[in-house]
Design a protein around this ligand. Structure first.
Ligand code: AP5
Ligand code: MG
Length: 225
């Protein structure tokens, strides 16, 4: 299954992608996580990307495409993947299409998580992430068993730098102008499934699974040119 999870910041893309990995036996490939790792490792790409991430604007396409193209070449992505946070611009969507087409592949499904802005703000303000394994929590909606510590590895939980209020506002604006057009792009290609992203983590997981099952029983749907 080659799946894309689309949605605004805080929509639950990462949360659901982490859960779906096991079910689909396919890795989560999150452009934000790849970029944050590059920043942590102080690579030249990471140092350049940081300027944009700190402001809540998009990292230039060529930098993101380089990371994604490399990651998609890893053996674990050969039979499928869950893209989280990528593509984010029409140019990225076109580049992804070309990357896959070169191997005679296409996307099977694009899930758009629909979540209103008020809910997004609540989610982002309470998000906590494990420094060690990247597992995600929410102080109210999905709290860890021990405050500040990861259930899975006991790692320390932290709040992302770009979750400050002004940066979140900018990320939402950027989503509206640069990423929302992808909904029509994928709708026109018969790949889009809009899913109500409000509800329990479990409910949303089942909604996405149903959409995947629908596509799988139809025998997948190849991306039209
Ligand atoms: P990125 O890391 O991709 O961030 P984002 O898209 O802004 O999305 P988030 O990770 O904030 O939200 P999410 O949808 O994953 O929600 P989550 O599951 O965590 O990008 C960061 C930056 O990197 C960008 O601003 C840009 O600079 C750069 N970048 C990344 N990709 C790029 C690209 N392709 N091109 C250019 N630049 C790029 O959930 C949020 C919280 O809500 C969690 O606490 C969770 O526990 C909670 N939650 C989840 N589901 C529910 C629910 N159903 N009910 C209640 N709470 C819930
Ligand atoms: Mg995320």
């Amino acid at each position: 299954m080659r799946l894309v999870l689309l949605g605004p910041p805080g929509a639950g893309k990462g949360t659901q992608a982490q859960r779906l990995q096991e079910e689909l036996k396919a890795p989560q490939i999150a452009s934000g996580d790849l970029l944050r790792a590059a920043v942590r490792n102080k690579t030249s790409l990471g140092l350049e990307a940081k300027r944009y991430m700190d402001q809540g604007t998009l990292v230039p396409d060529e930098l993101v495409l380089k990371l994604i193209e490399e990651r998609l070449r890893d053996p674990d992505a050969a039979r499928g993947f869950i893209l989280d946070g990528f593509p984010r611009t029409l140019a990225q969507a076109e580049a992804l299409h070309e990357m896959l087409e070169r191997n005679g592949q296409g996307l099977d499904l694009v899930v758009a998580l629909i979540v209103p802005e008020q809910e997004i703000i609540k989610r982002i303000s309470g998000r906590r992430t494990c420094k060690n394994c990247g597992a995600m929590y929410h102080t109210i909606f999905d709290p860890p068993r021990n405050v500040g510590l990861c259930n899975k590895c006991n790692g320390e939980l932290y709040q992302r730098d770009d979750d400050a209020e002004d940066t979140v506002k900018m990320r939402l604006e950027v989503y509206d102008t640069q990423t929302r057009p992808l909904l029509n792009y994928y709708q026109d290609r018969g790949l889009l499934k809009r899913i109500d992203g409000v509800g329990s983590l479990e409910d949303i997981y089942h909604r996405i699974k149903s959409a995947i099952e629908e596509v799988s029983t139809k025998g997948g749907c190849a991306q039209k040119p």
